[in-house]
Ligand binder design. Structure first.
Ligand code: NAP
Length: 415
C-alpha cells in the first residue's frame, strides 16, 4: 500500500499528433470523474479535457496504473494497448509541478495562452458538481490557480494576449500576400472563433462570419465584429473568399473537396485554416491546385518557432515552478491534518469557555474591564498551549509523515 498522493495521468499533443488525441477523449467528464473514483481506486478525481489534451488528476491512497488505463479505455473506446508509451504518469511533487506549468500556460501549444485557465476552472467545477472532487483536490486546484496567476503576472509569459486565434491569424499573414485586401471568412461562433475574430479585429482585417445557427452568428458579429453570412450560401461555394478559418465542433466535414474544387476555377489561391479537432475540413482539399490547407499541427509547429522568441519570459516562469510546486504539495498534504487540528482547537476552546464562565461566576460580578482582561488571559493560555502541538501536526502532515499524524490522532482524537 502506498502513501497518500496526488497523481496525474495524461495524453497530450506532446506525445501524439492532435488528430490522434481524439481516440483518448472522454465524452462525459463529470461521469468520468465518478467512474475513476469508483473503479480506479481514486479518492478524488478531476478530468481536464481540451482539444489538445485529456488529463486525469487524482488524490489516492492506493491505486494501480493498470486500473486507471482500463477505466480510461472503457470511457473513451480506445484500445488498452494504445495507452502503452503514450500516457504519462506523474505523482506527488512532479504532478504539482505539471499542474503549475499547465495553469501558467507553459505546457500549452500556444505558450502562455490564457484559455487553459478557464478550461481548468470549468473542469474543477464539473468534478465538484459530480461529487468527485474533495478537500485535497480543492486545495490543489485553488492553490495552483492562484500561483499560476502570480507566475503569469510576474514572468510576463503570455503578455500581449497570445491565443490559438492570434497564432492562426499570424500564420495567415505569413502565408498570404496582402492579407488586408483579401476576403476572409470565419466559420464558427464558439470560443476559438471568438479568439480568431478578436485577433482579426485588433489587426484591422474585415471578415464575414458564418455559423449553423443564424441568430448566433448575428449576435457574435454584434459583439466581436465581422459581417454575418448565410451558412447555406457559404457552404454552397467558397468562391467569394481567399482565406477561410474553420473552428466548429461539427462531427463531419463542413468544408468538402467538391465545395473547394468548385470554388477554385479561374483564381490563384486560397488558404484554409482548420482549427477544429476533430477536423472539419476534408484533408483532400490540400491536393487541389492553389489551395493551402493548415491545421492545428501546423500551428503547433509555428508555436515552437514562436516559443524561441519568448524563451526568456518562459524561463523566468519555469524558475518559479519548483518553489510553487513545493508550496502547493505542502498545502495539499496539510489538508489531511486539518480535521484533527480543527478538533484540537475546538476542544481547547470548549474547555476555555467552560472554565472562564466558572471563574466569572465564582468572582460574582466583575466590571467590564476586568472581565476583558480575564477573557484575554484565558485565550492566550489556551492558544499558547495548543499552537505548538497543532503546528507540529501540520508540519508532519506537510512532510508526508502519516505515522506521526496517526499517533497524534490517538493522543488528541476522541477517546
Ligand atoms: N477551446 C480551445 O481552446 C480550442 C483550441 C484549439 C482548437 N479547438 C477546437 O476548435 C473547435 C471549436 O472549439 P470551441 O471551443 O470554439 O467550440 P464551442 O465554443 O463549443 O463552439 C462550437 C461551434 O461549433 C458549431 N457547431 C457545433 N456542432 C456543429 C455542427 N454539427 N455543424 C455545424 N456547426 C457546428 C457551433 O455552432 P452553433 O453556433 O450553431 O451552435 C459553434 O459555432 C473544436 O473542434 C475544438 O476541438 C479548441
Amino acid at each position: 500500500m502506498m502513501g497518500r498522493t496526488i497523481l496525474n495521468a495524461r495524453v497530450t499533443f506532446r506525445s501524439l499528433p492532435i488528430h490522434k488525441l481524439e481516440r483518448f477523449a472522454i465524452r462525459d467528464a463529470g461521469d468520468a470523474c465518478r467512474q475513476f473514483k469508483g473503479r480506479a481506486g481514486l479518492d478524488e478525481c478531476v478530468v481536464i479535457q481540451t482539444c489538445n489534451r485529456t488529463e486525469i488528476f487524482g488524490a489516492a491512497s492506493g491505486y494501480d496504473r493498470g486500473s486507471i488505463t482500463s477505466t480510461w479505455a472503457g470511457l473513451s473506446g480506445a484500445d488498452e494497448g494504445a495507452f502503452d508509451g503514450t500516457v504519462q504518469f506523474e505523482e506527488g511533487r512532479a504532478a504539482c509541478e505539471h499542474l503549475l506549468r499547465l495553469v501558467s500556460g507553459l505546457d500549452s501549444m500556444v505558450l502562455g495562452e490564457e484559455q487553459i485557465l478557464g478550461q481548468v476552472r470549468g473542469s474543477v467545477a464539473a468534478a465538484r458538481e459530480a461529487g468527485a472532487s474533495g478537500a485535497r483536490l480543492d486545495a490543489l486546484f485553488d492553490g495552483a490557480i492562484r500561483a499560476g496567476a502570480r507566475i503569469r503576472g510576474s514572468s510576463g509569459v503570455g503578455r500581449g494576449g497570445v491565443s490559438v486565434g492570434s497564432m492562426a491569424v499570424r500564420l495567415a499573414e505569413e502565408n498570404v500576400d496582402g492579407l488586408k485586401s483579401r476576403r476572409i471568412l470565419l466559420i464558427g461562433t464558439g470560443e476559438v472563433a471568438s479568439l480568431v475574430a478578436k485577433s482579426l479585429k485588433r489587426r484591422g482585417y474585415g471578415f464575414d462570419v458564418s455559423s449553423r445557427t443564424v441568430s448566433r452568428s448575428e449576435a457574435f458579429c454584434g459583439a466581436m465584429g465581422g459581417t454575418p453570412a448565410r451558412f447555406e450560401d457559404v457552404l454552397g461555394g467558397f468562391a467569394d473568399y481567399d482565406v477561410v478559418f474553420v473552428a466548429t465542433r461539427a462531427p463531419y466535414f463542413l468544408v468538402t473537396y467538391d465545395g473547394i474544387a468548385g470554388a477554385m476555377g479561374g483564381r490563384d489561391g486560397m488558404m484554409i485554416m482548420d482549427l477544429s479537432n476533430p477536423r472539419t475540413v476534408d484533408e483532400r482539399v490540400a491536393t487541389i491546385g492553389g489551395v493551402k490547407l493548415m491545421n492545428l499541427d501546423q500551428i503547433a509547429e509555428m508555436v515552437e518557432k514562436n516559443a524561441r522568441a519568448r524563451r526568456s519570459s518562459a524561463g523566468a516562469a519555469e524558475g518559479m515552478i519548483g518553489g510553487g510546486a513545493a508550496a502547493l504539495e505542502a498545502a495539499v498534504l496539510r489538508v489531511d491534518a486539518e480535521p484533527l487540528a480543527g478538533q484540537v482547537f475546538r476542544d481547547a476552546e470548549a474547555v476555555r469557555r467552560r472554565e472562564l464562565e466558572r471563574a466569572l461566576r465564582a468572582l460574582g460580578g466583575v466590571d467590564e474591564g476586568t472581565a476583558r482582561v480575564i477573557e484575554e488571559m484565558s485565550r492566550s493560555i489556551s492558544e499558547g498551549i495548543v499552537a505548538g502541538p497543532v503546528g507540529g501536526i501540520r508540519r508532519a502532515s506537510e512532510r508526508g509523515r502519516g505515522h506521526i499524524l496517526d499517533a497524534a490522532r490517538e493522543i488528541f482524537g476522541p477517546g
